[in-house]
Design a protein around this ligand. Structure first.
Ligand code: HEC
Length: 177
């Protein structure tokens, strides 16, 4: 093989290698395999479409029994200001938009001389500390269809203070839990 032929072959091989390298680089730039995934925006996809049912299941209402004895009755009285637009608290006092709440702790649910909604009238239990706790957390969750238009008290300590104050509204307050 003469030198010229060798040079031609060598040049062909080299430019072949060069072309492969150039296309490799271009390919890398186009595909960019080094994308940092932590820079991606996370997309929150709800796990299931039936969120309403799920939400109700997930609600955990903290019990108040352990808090009642040491609850702040003064603070309970203040929180009760949120109720006075619709409820009276005096013994033998009249109903307002809602029923009178004197002696409410351990009273039969939905049974006073008052025109309750169907859902409240159909309750058969008593307003124990924990039933009041659950109701006051979110009345519309406790009794769907209630006509008590009140969002509820999300803070456990607020519910404990309020119920501890409600307990005192009685000639004969029920024992502390
Ligand atoms: C916007 C008016 C309104 C407000 C504010 C309100 N309530 Fe009521 N409440 C009602 C009505 C109306 C009912 C009757 C509900 C029904 O029949 O569905 C009711 C029912 C109740 C019952 C059930 C009584 C029974 O005899 O079974 C309790 C307990 C109660 N409310 C406590 C409270 C407390 C405590 C507050 C304040 C944190 C409060 N409510 C705030 C309107 C209100």
């Amino acid at each position: 093989m003469d030198a010229l032929k060798f040079n031609k072959i060598a040049a062909a091989v080299l430019s072949g290698i060069l072309l492969i390298m150039v296309f490799g680089k271009i390919g890398n730039i186009l595909v960019n395999p080094n994308t940092d995934v932590s820079n991606a925006y996370p997309i929150q996809v709800p796990e299931s479409a039936s969120t309403e049912i799920k939400e109700e299941k997930e609600v955990v209402i903290e019990p108040i029994a352990a808090l009642i004895a040491a609850a702040n009755i003064e603070s309970g009285l203040k929180i009760a200001k949120k109720c006075v637009a619709c409820h009276g608290f005096d013994a033998g006092g009249p109903n307002k938009v809602g029923p009178n709440l004197y002696n409410i702790v351990n009273k039969d649910q939905g049974k006073a001389d008052y025109a309750y909604s169907k859902v409240l009238a159909s309750l058969t239990g008593k307003w124990t500390y924990e039933e009041l706790n659950k109701f006051l957390y979110k009345p519309k969750l406790y009794s769907k269809g209630t006509k008590m238009n009140y969002a509820g008290l999300s803070k456990t300590q607020d519910r404990a203070d309020l119920v501890a104050w409600l307990r005192t509204l009685s000639d004969n307050p029920v024992p502390l839990p």
